[in-house]
Design a binder for this molecule. Structure first.
Ligand code: BV8
Ligand code: ZN
Length: 255
């Protein structure tokens, strides 16, 4: 049974505006590997940061498209976990709660979270590299995700160009509106949760600092240390799928 400091419980009960910033660790209990996990299959000898770049796609589109289709197939086979569900439940318990995610899966939406702000795009929104027209996937899910393989990217139905994953790669700018909104939310909230992220990738990793600078209460949920400990008011060491449901229960169950 997890115990939480009464000060934290009181702070959360009084909170009007809460922001939940999530990273890959939030989806790991759904069976989706994080960037820190060893990549399986074709890509075990590559670092995700090497693959998640425009240069990698230009150099070997089939390898990169295959990697994203493997990940998309995996996401389609997985279910939201109790962390996603607790975050969705919180949205109906708090006057104003926003989810800002670095993840490119749709597990927050499938758990029922509304108005999720995606900082790094989505596996489900590919677009043409040349004319930016959205590409609509054929109905069938991609091949069995086991191990993944090289796949030729689809051809744009508008201009015949090459379709690319709808994610933000390293070295690419974040969607301007989403990033502006995320900064606005972080600077105007009473509490910011940083859940399941190594807090290593910028500018997303600035959000807890932005919240802190406006005297918000910053809460980290992560089984490991991340270096954010110097900024947070509460460091809840544990798995998101375990800590978040217990926290929702402790704070809002009997209110
Ligand atoms: C940009 C989509 C500039 C693709 C991703 C300073 C300022 C600005 C930029 C930079 C800067 N310094 C360096 C940069 C460049 C770079 C960067 O930050 N590099 C890092 C490596 C230093 N940033 C960029 O390139 C960004 N672009 O700034 O553009 C610019 C400006 C103007 C004009 C042109 C350009 C773009 C970055 C976005 C990259 N795309 N994802 C894809 O998914 O394939 S990043 C990807 O990795 C994630 O989205 C996430 O953001 C990041 C890190 O992953 P995490 O989510 O944190 O997951 P990770 O695996 O690292 O950690 C998992 C954590 O979960 C761990 O802590 C673990 O302990 C924990 N955990 C595990 N299990 C659980 C758990 N926690 C809870 N419960 C569990 N059960
Ligand atoms: Zn096109």
């Amino acid at each position: 049974m997890l115990n939480f400091e009464q000060r934290l419980i009181d702070r959360l009960r009084a909170a009007q505006r809460i922001v939940v910033l999530t990273g890959a660790g939030t989806s790991s209990e759904s069976g989706i590997p994080t960037f820190r996990d060893v990549l399986t299959g074709l890509w075990e000898n590559f670092d995700a940061q090497q693959l998640a770049t425009p240069q990698a796609f230009d150099a070997d589109p089939e390898m990169v498209w295959g990697w994203y289709e493997w990940r998309r197939g995996l996401v389609m086979q997985c279910l939201p976990n109790s962390a996603h569900q607790a975050i969705a439940a919180m949205q109906d318990l708090v006057p104003d709660l926003s989810v800002v995610t670095q993840n490119v899966d749709d597990l927050h939406e499938r758990a029922g979270s509304r108005d999720v702000v995606h900082l790094h795009g989505s596996l489900h929104e590919p677009r043409c590299r040349d004319c930016a027209a959205p590409y609509v996937f054929p109905a069938a899910a991609p091949d069995e995700p086991g191990g993944g393989r090289r796949l030729p990217p689809p051809v744009c139905t508008e201009c015949g160009g090459m379709v690319r994953p709808g994610v933000v790669w390293f070295g690419e700018s974040l969607p301007v509106d989403n990033w502006l909104r995320a900064q606005e939310l972080a600077s105007g909230c009473d509490v910011l949760f940083s859940v399941g992220t190594s807090s290593l990738v910028y500018p997303a990793a600035n959000l807890p600092h932005i919240a802190r600078a406006e005297n918000a209460c910053v809460v980290q949920i992560n089984p490991q240390a991340t270096g954010l400990e110097t900024v947070v008011d509460y460091d809840l060491q544990g798995k998101a799928g375990h800590v978040l449901p217990a926290l929702v229960q402790a704070v809002w169950a009997d209110t």
